[in-house]
Design a protein around this ligand. Structure first.
Ligand code: DGT
Ligand code: CA
Ligand code: ZN
Length: 580
Protein backbone atom coordinates (compact mmCIF):
# COMPACT_ATOMS: atom_id res chain seq x y z
CA UNK A 1 0.00 0.00 0.00
CA UNK A 2 1.26 3.45 -0.87
CA UNK A 3 1.28 6.38 1.56
CA UNK A 4 -1.52 7.98 -0.42
CA UNK A 5 -3.72 4.89 -0.18
CA UNK A 6 -3.13 4.65 3.57
CA UNK A 7 -3.89 8.36 3.95
CA UNK A 8 -7.13 7.97 2.02
CA UNK A 9 -8.17 5.07 4.23
CA UNK A 10 -7.60 7.22 7.33
CA UNK A 11 -9.63 10.02 5.80
CA UNK A 12 -12.44 7.63 5.04
CA UNK A 13 -12.40 6.53 8.68
CA UNK A 14 -12.71 10.18 9.72
CA UNK A 15 -15.62 10.68 7.32
CA UNK A 16 -17.42 7.58 8.53
CA UNK A 17 -16.89 8.43 12.18
CA UNK A 18 -18.26 11.91 11.59
CA UNK A 19 -21.32 10.50 9.84
CA UNK A 20 -21.89 8.32 12.89
CA UNK A 21 -21.77 11.36 15.14
CA UNK A 22 -18.43 10.47 16.72
CA UNK A 23 -16.81 13.28 18.67
CA UNK A 24 -14.90 15.84 16.67
CA UNK A 25 -11.53 15.22 18.32
CA UNK A 26 -11.38 11.61 17.29
CA UNK A 27 -12.30 12.47 13.71
CA UNK A 28 -9.73 15.22 13.62
CA UNK A 29 -7.08 12.80 14.88
CA UNK A 30 -7.61 10.59 11.81
CA UNK A 31 -7.42 13.54 9.46
CA UNK A 32 -4.20 14.68 11.05
CA UNK A 33 -2.93 11.13 10.82
CA UNK A 34 -3.61 11.19 7.07
CA UNK A 35 -1.72 14.46 6.73
CA UNK A 36 1.19 13.08 8.73
CA UNK A 37 1.38 9.91 6.61
CA UNK A 38 1.51 11.97 3.42
CA UNK A 39 4.30 14.05 4.90
CA UNK A 40 6.66 11.40 6.27
CA UNK A 41 9.94 11.17 4.42
CA UNK A 42 10.88 7.58 5.24
CA UNK A 43 9.56 4.45 3.58
CA UNK A 44 6.23 3.39 5.09
CA UNK A 45 7.14 -0.28 5.23
CA UNK A 46 10.36 0.46 7.11
CA UNK A 47 8.51 2.72 9.55
CA UNK A 48 6.05 -0.06 10.30
CA UNK A 49 8.70 -2.73 10.69
CA UNK A 50 10.93 -0.50 12.79
CA UNK A 51 7.99 0.50 15.01
CA UNK A 52 8.78 4.19 14.58
CA UNK A 53 5.39 5.40 13.35
CA UNK A 54 3.83 6.17 16.72
CA UNK A 55 6.62 8.64 17.38
CA UNK A 56 5.76 10.73 14.30
CA UNK A 57 3.88 13.93 15.13
CA UNK A 58 0.19 13.53 14.35
CA UNK A 59 0.24 9.71 14.59
CA UNK A 60 -0.56 8.17 17.94
CA UNK A 61 -0.63 4.55 19.14
CA UNK A 62 -4.13 3.79 17.85
CA UNK A 63 -3.52 5.11 14.36
CA UNK A 64 -0.09 3.58 14.02
CA UNK A 65 -1.54 0.16 14.84
CA UNK A 66 -4.15 0.60 12.09
CA UNK A 67 -1.56 1.79 9.61
CA UNK A 68 0.57 -1.26 10.43
CA UNK A 69 -2.38 -3.57 9.71
CA UNK A 70 -3.07 -1.77 6.44
CA UNK A 71 0.53 -1.90 5.30
CA UNK A 72 1.03 -5.54 6.30
CA UNK A 73 -2.27 -6.99 5.08
CA UNK A 74 -3.66 -4.48 2.58
CA UNK A 75 -6.92 -4.14 4.48
CA UNK A 76 -8.32 -3.05 7.79
CA UNK A 77 -11.18 -4.87 9.54
CA UNK A 78 -11.96 -1.76 11.60
CA UNK A 79 -12.65 0.25 8.44
CA UNK A 80 -14.66 -2.55 6.89
CA UNK A 81 -16.85 -2.71 10.02
CA UNK A 82 -17.38 1.05 9.90
CA UNK A 83 -18.41 0.87 6.26
CA UNK A 84 -21.08 -1.69 7.14
CA UNK A 85 -22.53 0.53 9.83
CA UNK A 86 -22.91 3.64 7.65
CA UNK A 87 -25.36 3.59 4.69
CA UNK A 88 -23.21 3.92 1.58
CA UNK A 89 -25.43 6.63 0.10
CA UNK A 90 -24.41 8.96 2.93
CA UNK A 91 -20.96 9.14 1.39
CA UNK A 92 -22.57 10.37 -1.84
CA UNK A 93 -24.25 13.12 0.16
CA UNK A 94 -20.76 14.20 1.19
CA UNK A 95 -20.22 15.33 -2.40
CA UNK A 96 -22.91 18.00 -2.14
CA UNK A 97 -20.93 21.24 -1.78
CA UNK A 98 -21.43 22.76 1.65
CA UNK A 99 -23.09 19.70 3.18
CA UNK A 100 -20.85 18.52 5.99
CA UNK A 101 -21.08 15.31 8.02
CA UNK A 102 -22.90 16.92 10.92
CA UNK A 103 -25.71 18.15 8.70
CA UNK A 104 -25.86 14.85 6.83
CA UNK A 105 -26.28 13.05 10.11
CA UNK A 106 -29.00 15.49 11.21
CA UNK A 107 -30.88 14.94 7.95
CA UNK A 108 -30.48 11.18 8.19
CA UNK A 109 -31.57 11.02 11.82
CA UNK A 110 -34.66 13.16 11.23
CA UNK A 111 -35.81 11.97 7.80
CA UNK A 112 -33.86 8.73 7.11
CA UNK A 113 -32.48 10.28 3.93
CA UNK A 114 -29.51 8.30 2.68
CA UNK A 115 -29.21 9.15 -1.02
CA UNK A 116 -29.22 12.09 -3.41
CA UNK A 117 -32.64 11.36 -4.91
CA UNK A 118 -34.37 11.41 -1.53
CA UNK A 119 -32.43 14.53 -0.62
CA UNK A 120 -33.68 16.34 -3.70
CA UNK A 121 -37.29 15.31 -2.98
CA UNK A 122 -36.97 16.53 0.61
CA UNK A 123 -35.65 19.90 -0.55
CA UNK A 124 -38.37 20.25 -3.13
CA UNK A 125 -41.07 19.46 -0.59
CA UNK A 126 -39.54 21.97 1.82
CA UNK A 127 -38.74 19.40 4.52
CA UNK A 128 -35.08 20.31 4.88
CA UNK A 129 -35.81 23.97 5.57
CA UNK A 130 -37.93 22.97 8.55
CA UNK A 131 -35.23 20.99 10.32
CA UNK A 132 -33.75 22.79 13.31
CA UNK A 133 -30.70 24.81 12.25
CA UNK A 134 -31.36 24.61 8.50
CA UNK A 135 -33.74 27.18 6.99
CA UNK A 136 -34.78 28.09 3.45
CA UNK A 137 -31.41 29.48 2.40
CA UNK A 138 -29.50 26.36 3.38
CA UNK A 139 -32.09 24.20 1.68
CA UNK A 140 -31.72 26.20 -1.52
CA UNK A 141 -27.95 25.84 -1.41
CA UNK A 142 -28.21 22.10 -0.90
CA UNK A 143 -30.65 21.82 -3.80
CA UNK A 144 -28.27 23.70 -6.08
CA UNK A 145 -25.40 21.42 -5.02
CA UNK A 146 -27.16 18.14 -5.80
CA UNK A 147 -26.47 18.19 -9.57
CA UNK A 148 -22.76 18.65 -8.85
CA UNK A 149 -22.82 15.71 -6.45
CA UNK A 150 -24.61 13.57 -9.01
CA UNK A 151 -22.05 14.43 -11.67
CA UNK A 152 -19.18 13.73 -9.35
CA UNK A 153 -20.49 10.25 -8.68
CA UNK A 154 -20.58 9.60 -12.40
CA UNK A 155 -18.06 11.63 -14.34
CA UNK A 156 -14.31 12.04 -13.94
CA UNK A 157 -12.10 14.90 -15.08
CA UNK A 158 -10.17 14.35 -18.31
CA UNK A 159 -6.75 14.69 -16.68
CA UNK A 160 -7.60 11.79 -14.35
CA UNK A 161 -9.59 9.63 -16.76
CA UNK A 162 -7.19 9.87 -19.71
CA UNK A 163 -4.15 8.39 -17.92
CA UNK A 164 -6.27 5.42 -16.85
CA UNK A 165 -7.62 5.08 -20.39
CA UNK A 166 -4.14 5.24 -21.88
CA UNK A 167 -2.78 2.75 -19.35
CA UNK A 168 -5.47 0.24 -20.34
CA UNK A 169 -4.95 0.96 -24.04
CA UNK A 170 -1.24 0.38 -23.64
CA UNK A 171 -1.84 -3.00 -22.03
CA UNK A 172 -4.40 -3.99 -24.65
CA UNK A 173 -2.03 -3.05 -27.49
CA UNK A 174 0.53 -5.50 -26.13
CA UNK A 175 -1.85 -8.46 -26.15
CA UNK A 176 -1.15 -11.07 -28.82
CA UNK A 177 -3.64 -11.05 -31.67
CA UNK A 178 -4.49 -7.35 -31.41
CA UNK A 179 -4.26 -5.66 -34.80
CA UNK A 180 -5.41 -2.10 -34.11
CA UNK A 181 -6.52 -0.54 -30.83
CA UNK A 182 -7.73 2.97 -29.99
CA UNK A 183 -9.53 4.91 -27.29
CA UNK A 184 -12.96 6.09 -28.42
CA UNK A 185 -15.76 8.11 -26.86
CA UNK A 186 -15.38 11.31 -24.90
CA UNK A 187 -11.75 10.60 -24.08
CA UNK A 188 -10.79 10.57 -27.74
CA UNK A 189 -12.79 13.76 -28.27
CA UNK A 190 -11.00 15.24 -25.22
CA UNK A 191 -14.17 16.32 -23.45
CA UNK A 192 -13.51 17.95 -20.08
CA UNK A 193 -14.96 14.97 -18.25
CA UNK A 194 -15.66 11.33 -19.05
CA UNK A 195 -18.33 8.91 -17.87
CA UNK A 196 -16.36 5.84 -18.86
CA UNK A 197 -13.52 4.50 -20.99
CA UNK A 198 -14.29 3.10 -24.43
CA UNK A 199 -11.64 0.92 -26.07
CA UNK A 200 -11.89 -0.58 -29.52
CA UNK A 201 -9.72 -3.40 -30.84
CA UNK A 202 -9.55 -5.23 -34.13
CA UNK A 203 -8.62 -8.89 -34.14
CA UNK A 204 -9.48 -12.22 -35.72
CA UNK A 205 -9.40 -13.96 -32.35
CA UNK A 206 -11.37 -12.01 -29.73
CA UNK A 207 -11.66 -14.69 -27.05
CA UNK A 208 -8.11 -14.61 -25.62
CA UNK A 209 -8.14 -10.81 -25.75
CA UNK A 210 -11.34 -10.69 -23.72
CA UNK A 211 -9.89 -13.12 -21.24
CA UNK A 212 -6.71 -11.09 -20.83
CA UNK A 213 -8.64 -7.82 -20.56
CA UNK A 214 -10.77 -8.85 -17.60
CA UNK A 215 -7.64 -10.01 -15.79
CA UNK A 216 -5.57 -6.85 -16.21
CA UNK A 217 -4.02 -5.58 -12.98
CA UNK A 218 -6.15 -2.40 -13.03
CA UNK A 219 -9.40 -4.38 -12.97
CA UNK A 220 -11.32 -4.22 -9.71
CA UNK A 221 -14.59 -5.72 -10.92
CA UNK A 222 -15.88 -7.45 -14.04
CA UNK A 223 -19.40 -6.33 -14.90
CA UNK A 224 -19.84 -8.07 -18.27
CA UNK A 225 -17.85 -10.70 -20.07
CA UNK A 226 -19.08 -11.39 -23.57
CA UNK A 227 -17.55 -12.75 -26.76
CA UNK A 228 -16.86 -9.38 -28.36
CA UNK A 229 -17.64 -6.94 -25.56
CA UNK A 230 -16.49 -6.87 -21.97
CA UNK A 231 -16.98 -4.32 -19.23
CA UNK A 232 -14.84 -3.84 -16.19
CA UNK A 233 -14.36 -1.38 -13.39
CA UNK A 234 -10.74 -0.23 -13.53
CA UNK A 235 -8.77 1.69 -10.99
CA UNK A 236 -5.41 3.47 -10.99
CA UNK A 237 -3.48 5.97 -8.90
CA UNK A 238 -3.06 9.09 -11.02
CA UNK A 239 -0.86 11.77 -9.42
CA UNK A 240 -1.56 10.15 -6.06
CA UNK A 241 -5.31 10.28 -6.64
CA UNK A 242 -7.28 7.08 -6.99
CA UNK A 243 -9.28 7.07 -10.22
CA UNK A 244 -12.01 4.47 -10.72
CA UNK A 245 -14.03 4.20 -13.92
CA UNK A 246 -16.00 1.74 -15.99
CA UNK A 247 -14.23 0.59 -19.12
CA UNK A 248 -15.71 -1.19 -22.13
CA UNK A 249 -13.67 -3.20 -24.59
CA UNK A 250 -15.12 -4.07 -27.97
CA UNK A 251 -13.46 -6.31 -30.54
CA UNK A 252 -14.30 -6.11 -34.26
CA UNK A 253 -12.78 -7.49 -37.46
CA UNK A 254 -10.07 -5.29 -38.91
CA UNK A 255 -12.16 -4.37 -41.98
CA UNK A 256 -14.82 -2.96 -39.64
CA UNK A 257 -12.35 -1.05 -37.49
CA UNK A 258 -12.64 2.42 -39.13
CA UNK A 259 -16.43 2.29 -39.02
CA UNK A 260 -16.55 1.10 -35.42
CA UNK A 261 -13.90 3.62 -34.44
CA UNK A 262 -15.94 6.40 -35.94
CA UNK A 263 -19.16 5.17 -34.36
CA UNK A 264 -17.80 4.70 -30.86
CA UNK A 265 -15.91 7.97 -30.93
CA UNK A 266 -19.18 9.83 -31.25
CA UNK A 267 -20.52 12.17 -30.28
CA UNK A 268 -23.96 10.71 -30.60
CA UNK A 269 -25.15 13.99 -32.19
CA UNK A 270 -22.32 13.88 -34.72
CA UNK A 271 -23.11 10.25 -35.54
CA UNK A 272 -26.75 11.02 -36.21
CA UNK A 273 -25.81 13.71 -38.72
CA UNK A 274 -23.27 11.46 -40.41
CA UNK A 275 -25.83 8.72 -40.80
CA UNK A 276 -28.24 11.24 -42.32
CA UNK A 277 -25.58 12.29 -44.78
CA UNK A 278 -25.06 8.68 -45.81
CA UNK A 279 -28.81 8.20 -46.12
CA UNK A 280 -29.08 11.22 -48.42
CA UNK A 281 -26.80 9.32 -50.79
CA UNK A 282 -28.84 6.18 -50.52
CA UNK A 283 -26.30 4.51 -48.26
CA UNK A 284 -26.37 3.09 -44.75
CA UNK A 285 -23.67 3.94 -42.21
CA UNK A 286 -23.34 2.06 -38.95
CA UNK A 287 -20.64 0.66 -36.66
CA UNK A 288 -19.94 -2.21 -39.08
CA UNK A 289 -19.65 -0.41 -42.36
CA UNK A 290 -21.02 1.74 -45.13
CA UNK A 291 -23.20 0.05 -47.76
CA UNK A 292 -25.54 0.92 -50.60
CA UNK A 293 -27.69 -2.09 -49.81
CA UNK A 294 -25.88 -4.55 -52.06
CA UNK A 295 -22.17 -3.79 -51.84
CA UNK A 296 -20.22 -2.37 -48.96
CA UNK A 297 -17.83 0.51 -49.40
CA UNK A 298 -14.49 -0.28 -47.86
CA UNK A 299 -12.31 2.16 -45.94
CA UNK A 300 -8.87 1.44 -44.53
CA UNK A 301 -9.10 4.24 -41.99
CA UNK A 302 -11.40 7.03 -40.84
CA UNK A 303 -10.03 9.43 -43.45
CA UNK A 304 -11.25 7.09 -46.20
CA UNK A 305 -14.63 6.80 -44.50
CA UNK A 306 -15.04 10.58 -44.52
CA UNK A 307 -13.72 10.77 -48.09
CA UNK A 308 -16.33 8.24 -49.21
CA UNK A 309 -18.96 10.69 -47.99
CA UNK A 310 -17.25 13.59 -49.78
CA UNK A 311 -15.76 15.05 -46.64
CA UNK A 312 -12.43 16.03 -45.17
CA UNK A 313 -11.20 14.07 -42.14
CA UNK A 314 -12.84 15.57 -39.04
CA UNK A 315 -10.54 15.57 -36.01
CA UNK A 316 -12.28 13.82 -33.06
CA UNK A 317 -12.24 17.03 -30.97
CA UNK A 318 -14.64 18.66 -33.46
CA UNK A 319 -17.20 15.88 -33.58
CA UNK A 320 -19.97 17.59 -31.61
CA UNK A 321 -22.31 18.57 -34.45
CA UNK A 322 -21.52 22.24 -34.12
CA UNK A 323 -20.88 22.82 -37.81
CA UNK A 324 -18.07 20.37 -38.48
CA UNK A 325 -20.14 18.25 -40.88
CA UNK A 326 -20.92 21.24 -43.11
CA UNK A 327 -17.36 22.56 -42.92
CA UNK A 328 -15.88 19.16 -43.78
CA UNK A 329 -18.19 18.87 -46.77
CA UNK A 330 -17.04 22.28 -48.00
CA UNK A 331 -13.42 21.37 -47.20
CA UNK A 332 -13.23 24.35 -44.88
CA UNK A 333 -12.22 22.75 -41.60
CA UNK A 334 -9.70 24.71 -39.55
CA UNK A 335 -6.10 23.52 -39.30
CA UNK A 336 -6.20 22.93 -35.56
CA UNK A 337 -3.58 24.18 -33.13
CA UNK A 338 -0.89 21.65 -32.15
CA UNK A 339 0.94 21.59 -28.79
CA UNK A 340 4.36 22.14 -30.37
CA UNK A 341 3.15 25.48 -31.76
CA UNK A 342 3.05 27.01 -28.28
CA UNK A 343 6.15 29.14 -27.68
CA UNK A 344 5.60 30.36 -24.14
CA UNK A 345 2.91 31.05 -21.53
CA UNK A 346 1.86 34.05 -19.43
CA UNK A 347 0.14 33.17 -16.19
CA UNK A 348 2.41 31.44 -13.67
CA UNK A 349 3.12 31.71 -9.97
CA UNK A 350 6.39 31.61 -8.07
CA UNK A 351 7.40 31.76 -4.42
CA UNK A 352 6.79 35.52 -4.69
CA UNK A 353 3.12 34.62 -4.16
CA UNK A 354 1.70 31.10 -3.78
CA UNK A 355 3.91 29.10 -6.17
CA UNK A 356 6.42 26.53 -4.98
CA UNK A 357 9.48 27.47 -7.03
CA UNK A 358 11.65 30.41 -7.94
CA UNK A 359 11.42 32.44 -11.13
CA UNK A 360 14.66 30.79 -12.27
CA UNK A 361 13.37 27.25 -11.73
CA UNK A 362 10.24 27.99 -13.74
CA UNK A 363 12.31 29.59 -16.49
CA UNK A 364 14.62 26.57 -16.71
CA UNK A 365 11.64 24.27 -17.17
CA UNK A 366 10.16 26.60 -19.78
CA UNK A 367 13.45 26.48 -21.71
CA UNK A 368 13.48 22.71 -21.44
CA UNK A 369 10.00 22.70 -23.00
CA UNK A 370 11.57 24.53 -25.93
CA UNK A 371 9.82 27.82 -25.25
CA UNK A 372 11.11 31.27 -26.17
CA UNK A 373 9.50 33.16 -23.31
CA UNK A 374 7.84 32.82 -19.94
CA UNK A 375 5.48 35.29 -18.30
CA UNK A 376 5.41 35.53 -14.51
CA UNK A 377 2.00 36.49 -13.17
CA UNK A 378 2.03 36.25 -9.41
CA UNK A 379 -0.92 37.35 -7.31
CA UNK A 380 -1.55 41.00 -6.51
CA UNK A 381 -1.65 42.48 -3.03
CA UNK A 382 -5.34 42.05 -2.10
CA UNK A 383 -5.18 38.30 -2.43
CA UNK A 384 -3.62 37.81 0.98
CA UNK A 385 -4.65 34.14 1.16
CA UNK A 386 -2.36 33.52 -1.80
CA UNK A 387 0.39 35.76 -0.44
CA UNK A 388 -0.25 38.57 -2.96
CA UNK A 389 2.67 40.92 -3.60
CA UNK A 390 3.13 44.35 -2.07
CA UNK A 391 4.34 47.19 -4.28
CA UNK A 392 7.84 46.81 -2.82
CA UNK A 393 7.85 43.09 -3.60
CA UNK A 394 6.76 43.81 -7.15
CA UNK A 395 9.77 46.08 -7.60
CA UNK A 396 12.09 43.49 -6.08
CA UNK A 397 10.73 40.83 -8.39
CA UNK A 398 11.29 43.11 -11.38
CA UNK A 399 14.93 43.52 -10.36
CA UNK A 400 15.29 39.75 -10.09
CA UNK A 401 13.75 39.23 -13.54
CA UNK A 402 15.93 41.96 -15.08
CA UNK A 403 19.01 40.23 -13.69
CA UNK A 404 17.90 36.83 -15.02
CA UNK A 405 17.12 38.26 -18.45
CA UNK A 406 20.73 39.39 -18.82
CA UNK A 407 21.76 35.70 -18.98
CA UNK A 408 19.83 34.83 -22.11
CA UNK A 409 19.62 36.27 -25.58
CA UNK A 410 17.25 33.60 -26.94
CA UNK A 411 14.80 33.59 -24.06
CA UNK A 412 12.86 36.25 -22.21
CA UNK A 413 11.04 36.37 -18.88
CA UNK A 414 8.17 38.85 -18.96
CA UNK A 415 7.20 40.91 -15.93
CA UNK A 416 3.52 40.28 -15.56
CA UNK A 417 1.00 40.18 -12.77
CA UNK A 418 -2.23 38.36 -12.10
CA UNK A 419 -4.06 41.40 -10.86
CA UNK A 420 -7.23 40.99 -8.84
CA UNK A 421 -10.35 42.59 -10.23
CA UNK A 422 -11.73 44.18 -7.07
CA UNK A 423 -15.37 44.14 -6.06
CA UNK A 424 -16.24 47.20 -8.15
CA UNK A 425 -14.12 46.35 -11.18
CA UNK A 426 -11.19 48.53 -10.24
CA UNK A 427 -7.71 46.99 -10.15
CA UNK A 428 -5.43 46.12 -7.28
CA UNK A 429 -2.55 48.60 -7.85
CA UNK A 430 -2.49 52.21 -8.97
CA UNK A 431 -2.40 53.00 -12.66
CA UNK A 432 1.16 54.17 -12.58
CA UNK A 433 2.48 50.82 -11.33
CA UNK A 434 0.19 48.81 -13.61
CA UNK A 435 1.52 50.67 -16.64
CA UNK A 436 5.04 49.46 -15.89
CA UNK A 437 4.31 45.73 -16.16
CA UNK A 438 5.02 44.00 -19.48
CA UNK A 439 1.45 42.73 -19.31
CA UNK A 440 -1.46 42.35 -16.87
CA UNK A 441 -3.72 39.31 -16.46
CA UNK A 442 -6.89 40.50 -14.71
CA UNK A 443 -8.77 37.88 -12.68
CA UNK A 444 -11.69 37.63 -10.28
CA UNK A 445 -10.77 35.93 -6.99
CA UNK A 446 -13.34 37.37 -4.59
CA UNK A 447 -17.04 38.25 -4.22
CA UNK A 448 -18.12 35.30 -6.34
CA UNK A 449 -21.71 35.73 -5.19
CA UNK A 450 -22.41 38.94 -7.08
CA UNK A 451 -25.38 39.05 -9.44
CA UNK A 452 -24.73 38.44 -13.12
CA UNK A 453 -25.24 42.15 -13.82
CA UNK A 454 -22.74 43.19 -11.16
CA UNK A 455 -20.18 40.60 -12.21
CA UNK A 456 -20.50 41.48 -15.87
CA UNK A 457 -20.15 45.19 -15.17
CA UNK A 458 -17.20 44.48 -12.91
CA UNK A 459 -15.28 42.38 -15.44
CA UNK A 460 -16.07 44.69 -18.35
CA UNK A 461 -14.85 47.67 -16.37
CA UNK A 462 -11.55 45.89 -15.71
CA UNK A 463 -11.24 45.01 -19.39
CA UNK A 464 -11.56 48.66 -20.33
CA UNK A 465 -8.56 49.56 -18.16
CA UNK A 466 -5.73 50.54 -20.51
CA UNK A 467 -3.11 48.40 -18.73
CA UNK A 468 -5.09 45.17 -18.79
CA UNK A 469 -3.77 42.77 -21.43
CA UNK A 470 -5.91 39.70 -20.88
CA UNK A 471 -8.71 38.26 -18.77
CA UNK A 472 -7.71 35.31 -16.54
CA UNK A 473 -9.94 32.27 -15.82
CA UNK A 474 -13.09 33.80 -17.26
CA UNK A 475 -15.73 32.14 -15.07
CA UNK A 476 -13.82 30.76 -12.08
CA UNK A 477 -15.46 27.36 -12.39
CA UNK A 478 -13.88 24.26 -10.90
CA UNK A 479 -14.84 21.26 -13.00
CA UNK A 480 -17.29 18.94 -11.15
CA UNK A 481 -16.78 21.01 -8.00
CA UNK A 482 -17.98 24.55 -8.43
CA UNK A 483 -20.08 26.26 -11.05
CA UNK A 484 -18.56 29.41 -12.47
CA UNK A 485 -19.71 32.75 -11.15
CA UNK A 486 -22.78 34.17 -12.80
CA UNK A 487 -21.70 36.39 -15.66
CA UNK A 488 -22.88 37.36 -19.12
CA UNK A 489 -19.93 35.93 -21.05
CA UNK A 490 -21.22 37.22 -24.38
CA UNK A 491 -21.11 40.77 -23.03
CA UNK A 492 -17.60 40.14 -21.70
CA UNK A 493 -16.47 38.87 -25.11
CA UNK A 494 -18.00 41.90 -26.80
CA UNK A 495 -16.11 44.25 -24.51
CA UNK A 496 -12.86 42.34 -25.00
CA UNK A 497 -13.28 42.59 -28.77
CA UNK A 498 -14.09 46.27 -28.62
CA UNK A 499 -11.08 47.15 -26.43
CA UNK A 500 -8.62 44.82 -28.12
CA UNK A 501 -8.11 42.57 -25.07
CA UNK A 502 -7.11 38.93 -25.03
CA UNK A 503 -8.80 36.12 -23.13
CA UNK A 504 -7.02 33.28 -21.40
CA UNK A 505 -7.78 29.61 -21.76
CA UNK A 506 -6.82 28.49 -18.28
CA UNK A 507 -5.15 25.15 -18.92
CA UNK A 508 -5.30 23.92 -15.33
CA UNK A 509 -7.37 20.76 -15.92
CA UNK A 510 -9.55 21.62 -12.93
CA UNK A 511 -10.57 24.90 -14.59
CA UNK A 512 -10.44 24.92 -18.41
CA UNK A 513 -12.20 28.23 -18.77
CA UNK A 514 -12.78 29.91 -21.19
CA UNK A 515 -14.68 26.77 -22.19
CA UNK A 516 -14.47 25.46 -25.73
CA UNK A 517 -17.91 26.72 -26.78
CA UNK A 518 -16.96 30.28 -25.90
CA UNK A 519 -13.53 29.89 -27.51
CA UNK A 520 -15.36 29.45 -30.74
CA UNK A 521 -17.37 32.61 -30.13
CA UNK A 522 -14.23 34.54 -29.14
CA UNK A 523 -12.53 33.45 -32.34
CA UNK A 524 -15.49 34.68 -34.38
CA UNK A 525 -15.10 38.09 -32.70
CA UNK A 526 -11.39 38.18 -33.51
CA UNK A 527 -10.31 38.04 -29.87
CA UNK A 528 -6.81 36.58 -29.43
CA UNK A 529 -6.81 33.65 -27.01
CA UNK A 530 -3.88 32.82 -24.75
CA UNK A 531 -3.23 29.34 -23.36
CA UNK A 532 -2.00 29.71 -19.78
CA UNK A 533 -1.17 26.85 -17.44
CA UNK A 534 -1.63 28.92 -14.26
CA UNK A 535 1.34 26.90 -13.01
CA UNK A 536 2.18 26.95 -9.31
CA UNK A 537 5.19 24.65 -9.81
CA UNK A 538 7.53 23.81 -12.71
CA UNK A 539 5.72 20.53 -13.40
CA UNK A 540 2.42 22.36 -13.87
CA UNK A 541 3.79 24.23 -16.89
CA UNK A 542 2.89 20.99 -18.71
CA UNK A 543 -0.78 21.80 -18.10
CA UNK A 544 -0.64 23.85 -21.30
CA UNK A 545 -1.46 20.65 -23.20
CA UNK A 546 -4.93 20.49 -21.63
CA UNK A 547 -5.41 24.05 -22.86
CA UNK A 548 -4.44 23.00 -26.36
CA UNK A 549 -7.20 20.36 -26.20
CA UNK A 550 -9.74 23.06 -25.29
CA UNK A 551 -8.45 25.26 -28.11
CA UNK A 552 -8.80 22.41 -30.59
CA UNK A 553 -12.35 21.71 -29.44
CA UNK A 554 -12.96 25.45 -29.91
CA UNK A 555 -11.80 25.26 -33.55
CA UNK A 556 -8.71 27.39 -32.88
CA UNK A 557 -5.81 27.54 -35.29
CA UNK A 558 -2.30 28.70 -34.44
CA UNK A 559 -3.17 32.17 -35.72
CA UNK A 560 -5.96 32.52 -33.15
CA UNK A 561 -3.65 31.92 -30.20
CA UNK A 562 -1.35 34.72 -29.04
CA UNK A 563 1.30 32.50 -27.49
CA UNK A 564 2.12 30.82 -30.77
CA UNK A 565 3.84 34.05 -31.84
CA UNK A 566 7.63 34.17 -31.79
CA UNK A 567 9.37 36.24 -29.11
CA UNK A 568 10.01 39.28 -31.30
CA UNK A 569 6.37 39.66 -32.27
CA UNK A 570 5.18 39.06 -28.72
CA UNK A 571 7.43 41.92 -27.52
CA UNK A 572 6.06 44.19 -30.22
CA UNK A 573 2.44 43.34 -29.53
CA UNK A 574 2.78 43.77 -25.76
CA UNK A 575 4.46 47.13 -26.31
CA UNK A 576 1.61 48.17 -28.61
CA UNK A 577 -0.95 47.16 -25.99
CA UNK A 578 0.81 49.34 -23.42
CA UNK A 579 0.94 52.38 -25.69
CA UNK A 580 -2.82 52.32 -26.24
P1 DGT B 1 -19.30 9.88 -21.97
O1 DGT B 1 -19.04 8.43 -21.89
O2 DGT B 1 -20.59 10.30 -21.37
O3 DGT B 1 -18.16 10.67 -21.42
O4 DGT B 1 -19.43 10.28 -23.51
P2 DGT B 1 -19.27 9.31 -24.78
O5 DGT B 1 -19.42 10.17 -25.97
O6 DGT B 1 -18.03 8.53 -24.65
O7 DGT B 1 -20.57 8.40 -24.72
P3 DGT B 1 -20.75 6.82 -24.54
O8 DGT B 1 -19.64 6.21 -23.80
O9 DGT B 1 -22.14 6.64 -23.99
O10 DGT B 1 -20.78 6.26 -26.02
C1 DGT B 1 -19.61 6.22 -26.82
C2 DGT B 1 -19.96 6.56 -28.22
O11 DGT B 1 -20.81 5.55 -28.78
C3 DGT B 1 -20.74 7.83 -28.36
O12 DGT B 1 -19.91 8.96 -28.35
C4 DGT B 1 -21.43 7.61 -29.67
C5 DGT B 1 -21.72 6.15 -29.68
N1 DGT B 1 -23.09 5.91 -29.24
C6 DGT B 1 -23.49 5.43 -28.06
N2 DGT B 1 -24.82 5.33 -28.01
C7 DGT B 1 -25.28 5.78 -29.19
C8 DGT B 1 -26.57 5.96 -29.77
O13 DGT B 1 -27.59 5.66 -29.16
N3 DGT B 1 -26.64 6.47 -31.02
C9 DGT B 1 -25.53 6.80 -31.72
N4 DGT B 1 -25.66 7.33 -32.94
N5 DGT B 1 -24.30 6.68 -31.21
C10 DGT B 1 -24.18 6.16 -29.97
CA1 CA C 1 -17.64 7.05 -23.00
ZN1 ZN D 1 -3.18 32.34 -11.17
Amino acid sequence: MTKEEVAQALEEIADLLELQGENAFRCKAYREGARAIRGIQIDLWEAVEGNTLAAVRGIGEAISAKVATLVRTGHLPYLEELRKKVPSGLLDLRRVPGLGPRRIKAIYDALKIDNLTLLRQACESNQIAQLPGFGAKTQQKILEGIPIAEQATQRVRLDLALPLGLALLDRVRQLPGVQRAELCGSLRRRRETAKDIDILVSSDAPAPIMHAFIHLPEVVRVTANGETKSSIVASLLVDEQRVTLNADLRVVRDAEFPFALHYFTGSKEHNIRMRQRANERGWTLNEYGLTDGTTSISARDEAELFAALGMEFIPPELREDTGEIEAAAEKKLPILLRPEQIRGVFHNHTVWSDGTSSVLELARTARRLGWEYLGIGDHSRSLTVANGMSVEQVREQWAEIDALNRHWSDFRIFKGIECDILEDGSLDYDDDLLAQFDYVVASVHSHFQQSAEQMTRRICRALRHPSVTMLGHATGRLILRREGYKVDLDAVLKTAAEYGKMIEINANPMRLDLDWQHCKKAKALGIPLVINPDAHSPGELEYYRWGVDVARRGWLEAGDVFNTLPLGEVCERLAQCRRR
